[in-house]
Design a protein around this ligand. Structure first.
Ligand code: C2E
Ligand code: CA
Ligand code: CA
Length: 453
C-alpha cells in the first residue's frame, strides 16, 4: 500500500481506512462494519440555501459522531451522505446495536434556524467478511443496502446478496464443465458433532466453485445449473471421489471419520449410481459404512418409486443415508417409514432461532422424538449459538452441526480439528487461532441474510 495519506481526498482516505480495517480483521475473528447514512428531506423546515444545508449537515454529523466510539471513523460522503466505519465488531448483532444507538440519537427533532425539524435517517449496513472481502465492494454493498432501506421505507437494512448481486443466469454449462476439468471446484468440510461427547463424528462435504472472474460461487447457485444441464452426474462423481480420497488420507494418519456427500434428485434417477459408488469404494478400499449420503425429502418425492429403488441398492452396499432439510418438504410419514435411511437432519430454519422462537423449539423437539421413534439418528443443522446447542442436548438430539461449532473449512483445517488434543474443546481451538475463522468465512462466500425493520 503506497498511498501517502496526506494526498488522499475524504472518500479515498475513508476507503483506505476500510482497507486497513479489513487487513487487521483478517488476522482475527472480528468483523468490520460499514454504515452508510442518508437523511430524508425534512417535511417542514428550512434546509434550502447553503447556510441551512451546511448547518443541517454539521448538526447531523455531530449526532452521528456522538453515537459512535472514538475508534470508529465517520466522514461526510458525496451527495450529502455520511459513512461510519466500525473497525472491530464481534458479529452482526453488535452492528445492529450500534445502529439502534444511532437511531435513538436522531429521535429528537433538530433545531435549524429557529425551526424544529424531524429528520429520520436511512441506514445501509455491510459487513466484512460476510458481504465482501474488498473495501470498495464493501462500500458499494453498504450503499445498495441504503438504497434498499429507502425503497422499503425502513430505518435500516443489512445488505443481502439479492439487493445487488449480478444475476448469474449466465453461468454457463460450458463454464461449469470446464470448471470440473480445470479444478475450479473445491470442497469444504463441515464437522458434525456428537452432542453427548462433543467429538466430531463425521464431516459433511460442501462444494464451492472458484470462478476465475466471479470469485467464489456458492453451490446454491451452481448446483441448479448442474442439475439443469445433466452435469450434476459427473460433478457428483467427482465430489464422491475427492471426498473418499480425503477420507482415505485421514485414515492413513489414524483419523476415522465418515464423510457425508449431498445427492441431488437427478442422482437418484441414475441407474448407474449404485454401481459407480460400489466401484469407487472398491477401488479406494473404503468400507461402505464410512460413506454417508444426504438427500432431501423433495428429491425423493420427485419420483418416489425410482428413488426408492436406487436408495435401496445403495443402502444394500452398506452406505448410510440421511434425509436432509427435514421439515421443509411435504413430508410423507408413510414414505418416511419405508425409506432406507439411518439419519434425519432437521432443517436449519427451525434450529437457527429456536432460542427465541418457541414454536420452532417445539417443532425441533417433536422432530427429535419422531426421528428416535423411527429408530433414526437425529442431526440438527444450523446450530449457531451455545443456547441452541444446550437446548438440542436437552431434547436428546444426537448430533449438531453449525457455525457455533465450525463453518465449513478446508481439509487441512479439518485435520487440525480432528487431531486436537484430548480435552481441548472445539471452541478453544477455534478461538486460539488454530483455525482462522476469518479466512474460512471468505472461503464460504457471502452469506448475506436480510435483517431489517
Ligand atoms: P445443505 O446440504 O442443507 O448444507 C447446509 C448448508 O448450510 C451449507 O451451505 C452450510 O454452509 C450452511 N450452514 C452450515 N451451518 C450453518 C449455520 O450454522 N448457519 C447457517 N446460516 N448456515 C449454515 P452451502 O455450503 O452454501 O450449501 C448449500 C447447499 O448446496 C447445501 O445445503 C446442499 O444442498 C448443496 N450442495 C453443496 N455441495 C453439494 C454437492 O456437492 N452436491 C450437491 N448435489 N449439492 C450440494
Ligand atoms: Ca446436506
Ligand atoms: Ca439443509
Amino acid at each position: 500500500m503506497s498511498e501517502n495519506i496526506a494526498d488522499l481526498s475524504g472518500n479515498t482516505l475513508f476507503e483506505f481506512r476500510v482497507r486497513q480495517a479489513i487487513l487487521a480483521a483478517q488476522h482475527s475473528t472480528n468483523q468490520v462494519g460499514l454504515i452508510m447514512i442518508d437523511f430524508d428531506h425534512p417535511e417542514n423546515g428550512p434546509t434550502n440555501g447553503q447556510g441551512a444545508a451546511l448547518e443541517f449537515s454539521e448538526k447531523m454529523f455531530l449526532r452521528l459522531r456522538g453515537a459512535l466510539r472514538e475508534s470508529d471513523t465517520v466522514i461526510h460522503m458525496d451527495g450529502g451522505r455520511m459513512a461510519a466505519l466500525l473497525p472491530s465488531i464481534g458479529n452482526a448483532d453488535d452492528v445492529l446495536l450500534v445502529v439502534n444507538k444511532i437511531l435513538s440519537k436522531f429521535d429528537k427533532p433538530l433545531t435549524l434556524q429557529d425551526s424544529k425539524v424531524q429528520v429520520p435517517p436511512r441506514i445501509g449496513i455491510a459487513l466484512f467478511p460476510e458481504h465482501s472481502t474488498n473495501a470498495a465492494t464493501l462500500m458499494e454493498r453498504a450503499d445498495s443496502a441504503l438504497i434498499a432501506a429507502k425503497r422499503a421505507n425502513k430505518n435500516y437494512v443489512l445488505y443481502s446478496e439479492n439487493q445487488s448481486r449480478p444475476k448469474r443466469n449466465h453461468l454457463k454449462m460450458s463454464e461449469l464443465r470446464q470448471a470440473i476439468v480445470a479444478d475450479e471446484i473445491f470442497l469444504l468440510y463441515q464437522p458434525k458433532i456428537d452432542l453427548r461427547t462433543e467429538r466430531i463424528t463425521g464431516l459433511e462435504v460442501l462444494a464451492r466453485w472458484q470462478h476465475p472472474k466471479l470469485g467464489i460461487i456458492s453451490p446454491d447457485e451452481f448446483i441448479p445449473v448442474a442439475e439443469r444441464t445433466g452435469l450434476i452426474i459427473p460433478l457428483t462423481l467427482w465430489v464422491l471421489h475427492e471426498a473418499l480420497l480425503q477420507h482415505r488420507s485421514w485414515k492413513k494418519i489414524g483419523i476415522d471419520v465418515s464423510v457425508a456427500v449431498n445427492l441431488s434428485m437427478w442422482n437418484l434417477d441414475s441407474q448407474e449410481l449404485p454401481n459407480q459408488i460400489h466401484g469407487l469404494l472398491e477401488k479406494l478400499g473404503i468400507p461402505a459404512d464410512n460413506l454417508e449420503l444426504e438427500i432431501t425429502e423433495s428429491a425423493i418425492m420427485g419420483d418416489p418409486q425410482a428413488a426408492m429403488r436406487t436408495l435401496r441398492r445403495i443402502r444394500d452396499l452398506g452406505v448410510k443415508f440421511s434425509i436432509d432439510d427435514f421439515g421443509t418438504g411435504y413430508s410423507s410419514l408413510a414414505y418416511l417409514k419405508k425409506l432406507p435411511v439411518t439419519g434425519m437432519k432437521i432443517d436449519k430454519s427451525f434450529v437457527q432461532n429456536m432460542e427465541q422462537d418457541r414454536d420452532n423449539a417445539i417443532i425441533v423437539r417433536s422432530i427429535v422424538d419422531l426421528g428416535h421413534n423411527l429408530g433414526l439418528k437425529v442431526i440438527a443443522e444450523g446450530v449457531e449459538t451455545y443456547e441452541a446447542k444446550e437446548m438440542l442436548t436437552d431434547f436428546g438430539c444426537d448430533v449438531g452441526q453449525g457455525y457455533y461449532f465450525s463453518r465449513p473449512i478446508p481439509a487441512t483445517q479439518a485435520t487440525t480439528l480432528l487431531t486436537k488434543p484430548e480435552g481441548m474443546s472445539l471452541q478453544n481451538l477455534l478461538s486460539s487461532g488454530g483455525v482462522s475463522q476469518a479466512a474460512v468465512r471468505s472461503l464460504n462466500g457471502r452469506n448475506g441474510k436480510v435483517a431489517e425493520r
